[in-house]
Design a protein around this ligand. Structure first.
Ligand code: GLN
Length: 542
């Protein structure tokens, strides 16, 4: 068998952070993915092993993979745009790199040598690219270098990809650089200087970009493309506009219109005709929404939408399939506790609510009040992870007459600990990477709403939690009508709960939002949106 030659696409970013490098990389991958195996890798400069110990306010949502890896939101884009299931090894962080270097040094792998950034650290980084490429039998490795060129943090990665070019040969590697073309107000002219400067920074490090993606509020004028081409040594046709869009799913189409797949074909000699038909249909739906429906998300990080990125994505996926615009209302539940606004007022015009995952006690009483209100008023409800736990607390307090029931995460000495720490979590001291993480199997009970929604007995969803419904309370809750509609394979953990005689009241210990795709919305979200549409219609009839 002829050994496959893996090709490498390296994506770097310049000028500013937050220009959408992850989306640009994922969109490029999308164009090539119809016939090729694209494996995305992300290189992060921070010294944490992974983002699992970071605050979502600082770093956005922590995305969880099937194998239990905690990674950043960009992996969500890769999974959604490339249709792949990513692995923890596909994320390199300086935390992981240095931990391995230290281990190797202690073991004596470098005996007699001075351990140095070059060659040792950079070689280790490159070895990770090769390992993953081989293990996955990748046609293309799509490597996104985190941060902005010039950051101290990513210099070793930049050196690694520079050396990679010499090792794999010019015809097997392509450098794509994301830059920014401002149109300053008052000047009203597209400006190329930041792009010239960022490309100079790359060249100083020995890298000449092959393709530039210029983020801009409008398509680049021919004259500015020519200027960028001349100053940056990039062919004019390889200066692509990453024009501002209201919806990131349009980016693959925008790139394709400008010939990106063909440019890559020319440089790497590898082709996979972009198949954008389904994508185009769904985008067409999104542009032609017929009605609207309103979903409230009740959380404590509501000021930072990135903390709930996959939930917002999941709703958008439902929007494309129901042709309904989904208005999202953010409800800060700490306000509810402070009695600033009555729940009724907050939920005016709301057709369904989501209580998402979370940690700690802040805002939980407000969420419990919300859940009570929607349970009693037949408003569609989806609880996710902490959302399930608080739904159980609410039910215990208000239906099972267990006054003051709570989770021991919130009140460690509570009389009715209906939510308690998982037994295997009790002895754990390290905080990083130790939750119940990754995809777990659940068995759904026939005849329940969960079974109906998934249309299957077995489901696999991803988890990230330390607490669970206390098994000692299962029978008491069931006796008062709570339905445990899905359990872990061994029957011990309550993975899905629901209540009787309610149009849509369901919660899961998992995070179904992590597996939602534009082509296939997560079933629990799809169910919620459909129930919300019905709820709205029944209100209008009255
Ligand atoms: N804090 C809860 C737990 O650890 C819920 C976690 C979550 O919502 N992801 O179990």
């Amino acid at each position: 068998m002829i050994k496959k030659e893996t090709k490498y696409i390296i994506v770097t970013g310049g000028v500013l952070s937050g220009l959408g490098k992850g989306i640009a990389a994922a969109s490029t991958g999308h164009l090539l993915s119809s016939r090729l195996k694209i494996v995305p890798m992300k290189l992060d400069g921070y010294l944490n092993t992974d983002p699992g110990t970071m605050n979502p306010i600082e770093h956005g949502e922590v995305f969880v993979l099937d194998d239990g890896g905690e990674v950043d939101m960009d992996f969500g884009h890769y999974e959604r745009f490339l249709g792949v299931r990513c692995k923890f090894d596909w994320n390199i962080t300086m935390g992981k790199v240095f931990a391995e270097i230290r281990k190797k040094e202690r073991r004596g792998d470098y005996l007699g040598k001075t351990v140095q950034y070059i060659p040792h650290v950079v070689d280790l980084i490159k070895s990770k690219f090769y390992e993953v490429a081989k293990k996955e039998d990748a046609d293309i490795m799509l490597i996104e270098v985190g941060g902005t060129i010039g950051d101290i943090e990513n210099e070793l990665y930049i050196e690694a990809v520079r050396q990679l070019k010499t090792e794999v040969g010019d015809k097997n590697i392509l450098f794509m650089h994301l830059t920014y073309v401002p149109v300053p107000s008052g000047v009203n002219e597209q400006k190329s200087k930041p792009t010239q400067q960022t490309v100079n920074l790359l060249r100083q490090r020995g890298i000449q970009p092959d393709i530039l993606i210029a983020r801009c509020s409008e398509y680049l004028d021919d004259s500015i493309r020519k200027k960028i081409s001349v100053f940056c040594g990039v062919e004019e046709e390889a200066v692509i506009t990453g024009v501002d869009v209201d919806d990131v799913y349009k980016i693959p189409l925008i790139f394709e219109k400008q010939g990106l797949a063909e440019l890559i074909h020319k440089k790497l000699g590898i082709y996979s005709p972009p198949d954008l038909r389904l994508w185009e249909t769904l985008l067409h739906n999104l542009e032609n929404l017929e009605k609207d429906v309103t979903i409230a998300i009740c959380g404590k990080y509501t000021k930072l939408e990135d903390s709930y990125a996959s939930i917002i994505e999941s709703l958008m996926h439902c929007s494309a399939h129901t042709k309904h615009k989904i208005n999202i209302v953010w409800v800060e539940t700490t306000d509810v506790e402070e009695g600033n606004q009555s729940i009724k007022k907050k939920l005016e015009g709301v057709d369904g609510i989501i209580v998402p995952g979370g940690f700690g006690s802040r805002g939980t009483e407000g969420k419990i009040e919300m859940i009570k209100y929607v349970r009693e008023n037949n408003i569609p409800f989806l609880g996710i992870c902490l959302g399930l736990q608080l739904a159980v607390v609410e039910y215990a307090r208000n239906v099972c007459e267990m006054e003051g029931a709570n989770s021991t995460e919130i009140d460690p000495t509570v009389l009715y600990p209906v939510i308690d720490i998982l037994p295997e979590q009790r002895e754990i001291e390290d905080k990083g990477g130790t939750m119940r993480l990754g995809a777990y199997k659940a068995v759904l009970k026939a005849g329940t709403l969960a079974y109906d929604i998934y249309n299957s007995e077995i489901v696999w969803e991803r988890h990230r939690h330390r607490y669970e419904v206390n098994p000692e309370y299962h029978s008491k809750l069931i006796a008062k009508g709570l339905i445990i509609s899905g359990r872990s394979e061994d029957g011990k953990l309550a993975e899905f709960i629901e209540v009787k005689d309610h149009p849509y009241f369901i919660a899961t210990q998992a995070h179904p939002e992590l597996k939602s795709r534009l082509q296939e919305p997560a079933p629990l979200f799809f169910g919620l949106v459909k129930a919300a549409i019905q709820f709205k219609a029944s209100k209008e009839e009255q």
